[in-house]
Design a protein around this ligand. Sequence first.
Ligand code: SF4
Ligand code: SF4
Length: 478
Amino acid sequence: MNSSSAAEKGIPVLDEGVLSTLNADGTRRWLRPRLSKGRFLKWRRIVGYCLIVIFVALPHLRINGKPPILLDLPNRQFTFFGATFLPTDTLLLALLFLSFFIGIFLITALFGRIWCGWGCPQTVYMELVYRPIERLFDGRSYRDGGRTPVHPMRRAGKYAVFFVVSLVLAHTFLAYFVSSETLARWMTRSPLEHPTAFIIVAVVTTLMMLDFCLFREQVCTLMCPYGRFQSVLLDRQSLIVSYDEKRGEPRGKRRRGEEAGDCVDCRLCVLTCPTGIDIRGGLQMECINCTQCIDACDSVMDRLNRPRGLIRYSSQEAIEGGRRQLIRPRVVLYPLLLMVVVSLFGLALAGRSPVDVSFLRNRGSVFHVLDSGSVENKVHLKLTNRAPRDRSYNVSVIQEGVAMTCSDLPLRIGPGDSASLVLHVTVPRDRFEGGRAEVKFLVGDDTGYEREFSHQVLGPLFGGDASSTPTSPQEADQ
Ligand code: SF4
Ligand code: SF4
């Protein structure tokens, strides 16, 4: 519906400008940004396609037999370039995320929204994958703003290719959670054998189709919180894509005797903008710093034999005639904070035990009183090898009179892997107090690492009355 027909139907139409993606009557304005070739597009393509290759390749690479990034949620393990993090590593994970956020603050303070234009998957996939496919299938219709109808077969072909791309990306996304081998196995079997994974792929594919077919630039302008934060993350010295108003205005054609700026008001910078804004209006929240307007304007300036850079990377301060200051409080503070957090992370990582040990009581019968009078407990021990290489583990008890047997020792465990053992621990009856006795275990590996761990086993209460002894772990804990 255009503005005049909307007005005829009594729908209020605004005289003032509205959001770049809305028509004056409030309906969606579909953007078909023109492609502007230039030096920035060339570099963005190199960076963007490299990022896509990295995203697709990472699950297939191996470091010490494990993918570089594996978010193994069922086993509650997070592998990051050879290091394995467990739920007990809360501090390490908190420091890792904190350093990531401080890093983003620092990069934004220095280079503005460089992430949005060059690294964000939303921009990379929309502008370098889905948009070129759309340009190819829509052809003339894309170029004339949708006035030429698209043949239904071409339209169907476009959405079929979108679907295949989304499906591949959704499977790649899942490979970060289950490893590529598991994914390959699942893909050759019935979805009924792995319904959860199937549902995840279906949901991610649907969300991608909705995003790249329907929401598009609205994800950046309305949904993404990072865009909203830019007013606090940026300052007048941050690098942004800006229009040189002093040089460009008054805009329009130069007539003899009249003074005019370098902007010829060709509107190419607006037509090429994927969020539909006019950068000549100053810094705007919708600008994702994609640099397409720079390439568009540079090509115009080249044709007019005028210097490039009417739209360029600059800071608000510099573009208004001031001097760009690189050193300023936030640019000093963020690296200092980052150094502190990264150092704490390094210290915590270096001081971390190379093996994670957890004890569990046996389910069902807790202990067993032997004919000798000693009490036998079955103790379940879970070992997780955090080291980057295979390790062989041994476990022993270090108290006189306490005995332990286990047929699975020594136990070899791969890097980042876990294994469970059942230990049969026999403790003399007189060591129990209130139905409990403390047992000290020594866990060691083939590199000479040794550490002592304590675990409480259960036994009869005073007097050895079987009826007054705990019969389950829950009862024992009361
Ligand atoms: S592309 Fe350059 S010359 Fe054309 S309207 Fe934009 S700023 Fe002005
Ligand atoms: S104003 Fe320029 S840099 Fe900003 S989103 Fe539009 S085309 Fe990209």
